[in-house]
Each structure stands twice: as structure tokens, then as C-alpha cells.
Design a protein around this ligand. Sequence first.
Ligand code: HEM
Ligand code: HEM
Length: 336
Amino acid sequence: MAGRRTNLALLVLLAAAILTGALAYAIGSGWGRVAVIAHGVVGLGLLVLAPWKSAIARRGLRRRRPGSWASVALTVLAGLAVLFGILHGTGLVVDLGPVTAMQVHVGAALLSLPFAVGHVVARRVRPRRTDLSRRALLRAGAVVGGAGLAYAGVEGVVRVTGLPGSDRRFTGSYERGSGRPEEMPVTQWLNDAVPEVDAASWRLEVASGSEVVRRWSYEELAGFDDRVRATLDCTGGWYADQVWEGAWLSRLLPPTGQGRSIRVVSVTGYPRRFPIGDASRLLVATRVGGRPLDAGHGFPARVVAPGRRGFWWVKWIARVEASPVPWWLQWPFPVT
Ligand code: HEM
Ligand code: HEM
């Protein structure tokens, strides 16, 4: 395959890997499976092109132009992303001490992005009309087919050999501590840290816009016994199925509550905005598995958002606010 087209194919695959990876994280319901499989295929597609790309890279490195080090950094980071994706997907390595293989995977992928952009700008490749010729499209089809075969091959080996990867959820996550909440890992989004909250002085503020209309104490909240069985599926790559108890959010909001969204903010300032219609499906939990939450899992109270990935399950909540802003007016993933 011509070098130029190999590079263009890599560009499409890289963009598709980021897009499908983000979708795999964003979708917590069954549809996520489609994104996760597409992501695996696209990610392995990079490996399918590796023999052609390594010929281009060797030729390029011989020329010793400025920016070669950045191309090498891109190679290392993209290589780590693919390697840790496979280690996670097969289950060969899932936990690495304080981090998970999934966290290394996504970290390497995101770090590779600025290098990828720099690389593409510095080593510009102009698409031509003939890139959409029948022949070129047949070749692109062959690459996708090869990637699909690679994916089916990896999955087949995982199933036949009974590697841990055969037990993962449709999101790719591994079971950790279902029905045994104390065994669930403690993970925070990016730089968030576990706070120690004094239940006696803590209050959950319920606001309509900027006006606080109610302050719930811990005792009051702990008096509710609404319950739901729901799966906490962390983007760190693990999940746990638990029975959560507390109060449906709709019961805590004022009856006259208006607005288009509900913004939930933690004691640490971590925010997430939900559609207002979700209030009757979101639980403000004070207990899991019949026992009070511990600090790492959100004490005094956390959101339980069935069907949504872990970063929606705001821990240590401090404020719930009905707001006129639509729920989608926020970063798809929290930025701090
Ligand atoms: C994971 C993706 C990629 C990796 C790991 C990678 C790696 C490399 C390396 C190590 C080199 C040789 C050093 C250099 O010339 O800087 C190179 C060269 C090059 N790359 Fe990439 N690259 C990737 C994707 C792309 C993409 C998406 C494009 C363009 C759309 C591209 C276009 C080029 C070009 C034009 C050269 C110069 C080839 C020459 O001088 O003969 N690369 N790449
Ligand atoms: C450079 C970009 C990326 C590449 C090349 C890449 C590649 C891969 C590969 C090769 C796998 C293993 C597939 C398998 O063996 O089944 C994988 C798995 C995975 N990746 Fe990525 N990935 C990238 C970015 C991302 C991003 C940005 C996210 C999330 C935001 C993400 C989320 C995932 C998830 C959840 C899995 C597990 C899928 C499973 O267990 O089947 N990836 N990735």
C-alpha cells in the first residue's frame, strides 16, 4: 500500500479510536457494546497497518528532520495505548498497583493526541480525489476486514483459553466486589480526593436556581429507605452490582421544582448535570449493602444513577440545584 494512503488510513483510525473510545465511556446502557466492539476493531486496525507504517517510519527517521523526536514520542504513546488496551481487554493485566491498565490505556491515548496533531501538521499529507477511487476503497475495506479478523481472533483466544477477559461486562469492565461493598475499589475522577465529612454538621442543600429551599440533615436522609439494585461501572475498568438505599431525588426536591436540569455538586466541587426528568430514577444513597457508605464510596451521601457510567455517580454530595440550563450544556466528561 502507498505510504500516503497508509498515513491517511492511520489518521482515520486514530480519529475513530478516540471517538469510539469516548462513546464507550459515555454510554452506560446496552448500546455501549456497539461502541466498545467498534473501538476494539479500530484500535487493532492500527496494528494491522503497523508493517506498512514501520517502512514509512524507517524511511522518515533516516532523513533526520526536525520533529522526529515527537514522532517517536507518538509511537511510544500510541504503542502503549494499544498494548494496555489489549492487556485490559484480554485480562492479562487489569490492576497495576495504584492504577488500572484501563487508566494507563486512556492516559497514554490522551497524551498521544497533541503529538498526533503535531505530527500530522508537520508531515502533512494532502488527500486526493483518487483516494476515494474504487481501488482505494477496496483496500480500505481490506484494512477494516483485517482489523475485524484481528478483533475476532483476540476475542476467540480470550474465550477459548478462558482468560479473565472472557468475564468482562459489555463496557469492558471487570467485576469487583458485587454484594461486598467493602471490596469495591475507591476511584476518583482525575484530581478529586476523598474528603472526611462530619455528618453532624453536613447538610444537603436543595436549591431552585440560586435560592436554597431546603437543607437536609444526615439523620433525615438516612430515615428514607427507597432502594435500587444498580451496577456502578467505573471508567477505571471495574464494575460492582449492589443494593443501594436512600431517597429518590424527586422526593427531596421541592414539589414546585421547575427547571430543565438538576445540577449536583459534591463537597469537593465536582459537578454533574442531569435531565430534570431523571429525578425519580436517581437515588441519593446513604447506604450500600445495608450499611452506611464509607468515605471512599461517598459518605455521607452519593448519587446512584442506574445505566450511567461511574463519573455520573457524584459522591459526597453537598448541593442539588434545579436549574433552567439544559443538562447537555456541560463537558461530556468532567474536566477536573
Ligand atoms: C499512530 C500513528 C502514527 C505513528 C506512531 C507515526 C509514526 C511515525 C514515525 C516514527 C515517523 C518517522 C519519523 C518522522 O519522519 O518524523 C513518521 C513519519 C511520517 N508520518 Fe507518521 N505516524 C503516525 C500517523 C501518521 C499520520 C496520521 C500521518 C498523516 C496523515 C502521518 C504522516 C507521516 C509522514 C508524511 C511521515 C514522513 C515520511 C517520510 O519522510 O518519508 N503519520 N511517522
Ligand atoms: C490512540 C487512541 C486509542 C487506541 C489506539 C486504542 C486502542 C485500543 C485497543 C487496541 C483496545 C483493545 C481492544 C481489545 O483487545 O478488545 C482498546 C480497549 C479499550 N479502550 Fe481504547 N484506544 C484508544 C483510546 C481510547 C480512549 C480515549 C478511550 C476512552 C475514553 C478508550 C477506551 C477503551 C476501553 C473502554 C477499552 C476496553 C474495551 C474492551 O474491554 O473490549 N480507548 N483500546
